[in-house]
Design a protein around this ligand. Structure first.
Ligand code: FEO
Length: 403
């Protein structure tokens, strides 16, 4: 999508699709690209809300220029200094001389160190309003959603919340900007992958930001990535409330690693136990092949996380070690946990998973199963039992009071 898109009178999307970058933050896959959303607000004065990562040819600046139609750009609101939104900030300053940057005290500090900006900044306080004439913009600090300086901007006349990373999603905009024009299921899945991997660690701060913004009459959520949400903004906000409180859907993600097929056999038995126990929503990932961001997303989505891996070098199988490290970094809470694995001439795999269980304080469902080399029938039976016990706990959580 290259053309400017009108959100409401005087407010346009002027962002850019990035279909070339493979990895967001050089870590997280972008199979369908990513959009850097920027918005132009025009009243008697004009303001650009954030910029984009790079100048991908002339479209971004050309769109802004064309919409301005010879008018001056008065302000550039810097909701977030991370380079995906401020990458071309100095280019914008050159192209629109005299444009005043708008940010908070922390923004100014970051702009100095990231972009060598020493002047031309209007420092605003939490809750301060800038009247453009026809559009009033109020700035609300939302620290750690996703960086300390992050703020969101609320446009009063039409209820547009420029929410920055909050409510953002991976994926380029394929011809449609609004949620009522696109495949929402895919966008929601990429929104959760974005939330869990980029913002999830700061869930407590997301809770605070949501509480702080609760009274705003939001009609349109205009994030810095992905679609603009106008169909049912309350539903989108509720989704963020659930994710930030680590609330999950019924279901299981089963992540396993296996070098010679032994843990894979155990995983198959666990899966059989889950299905025999009545569980129908089961996602299986091979930790050696699935991307970490997908497994983190699914662990954020589902109530139960089952982990199976062998020992390696007397320690935990490295791809599984990387995954559990990421779970801990992201601070995911309130999950059911099942553990199984194998060893040959040394332990170290299952014991490391048990240590993880102790640290993460998720509810450990018994039995923990460990087999030596090829799992014997006894171990496979224990794996089926683990699966059926997890299914029973999920049933109990879905129907409290029933056993
Ligand atoms: Fe989209 Fe935290 O940057």
């Amino acid at each position: 999508m290259e053309s400017a898109v009108k959100l409401v009178d005087g407010v346009h999307w002027v962002g850019a699709n990035d279909r070339e970058t493979d990895l967001f933050e050089n870590m997280w896959p972008l199979p369908k690209g990513v959009a850097y959303n920027s918005y132009l607000v025009q009243g008697r004065k004009t303001a650009l809300i954030d910029t984009i990562k790079t100048v991908s040819g002339p479209p971004f600046l050309a769109k802004v220029r064309e919409l301005l139609g010879g008018r001056k750009l008065d302000y550039l609101v810097v909701n977030h200094v991370e380079p995906d939104h401020s990458g071309i900030l100095n280019v914008v300053r050159q192209v629109f001389p005299g444009v005043e940057l708008v940010g908070n005290k922390k923004t100014a500090e970051f702009l100095l160190h990231l972009h060598k900006v020493t002047d031309g900044i209007r420092v605003v306080a939490d809750g301060e309003t800038l009247d453009l004439g026809g559009h009033r913009l109020t700035f609300h600090l939302a620290p750690m959603v996703h960086w300390p300086e992050t703020m969101v901007t609320f446009e009063h006349e039409h209820g547009v919340l420029f929410s920055c990373d909050a409510f953002g999603a991976f994926g380029a905009l394929d011809g449609g900007l609004f949620d009522d024009e696109i495949d929402v299921d895919e966008a929601e899945s990429e929104m959760l992958r974005y939330y869990s991997n980029i913002v999830g660690r700061y869930s407590v701060m997301v809770q605070k930001a949501l509480a702080k913004l609760a009274g705003l009459p939001v009609e349109i959520i205009a994030p810095s990535h992905g679609p603009v949400w106008r169909k049912d903004p309350a539903k989108v906000i509720e989704r963020y409330r659930r994710w930030s409180h680590w609330e999950a859907e019924r279901g299981v993600v089963l992540c396993y690693g296996s070098m010679y097929g032994n843990v894979r056999k155990m995983m198959e038995a666990v899966a059989e136990g889950l299905v025999a126990g009545g569980e129908r929503r089961l996602v299986v990932h091979d930790v050696s092949r699935a991307h970490l961001s997908t497994m983190v997303r699914d662990a954020w989505r589902y109530q139960a996380v089952l982990l199976g891996a062998p020992a390696y070098d007397t320690l935990l199988y490295p791809p599984m070690a990387h995954l559990v490290d990421l779970f801990e970094r992201k601070g995911l809470k309130n999950r059911l946990l099942g553990i199984f694995g194998s060893y040959g001439w040394s332990g170290g795999g299952v014991s490391a998973l048990k240590e993880f269980a102790g640290r993460c304080a998720w509810e450990l469902v018994e039995p923990v199963v460990e087999a030596r080399f090829q799992p014997a029938e006894e171990a496979l039976a224990a794996c089926r039992e683990l699966g059926s016990h997890v299914a029973a706990r999920l049933r109990a959580q879905a129907e409290p009071g029933k056993t």
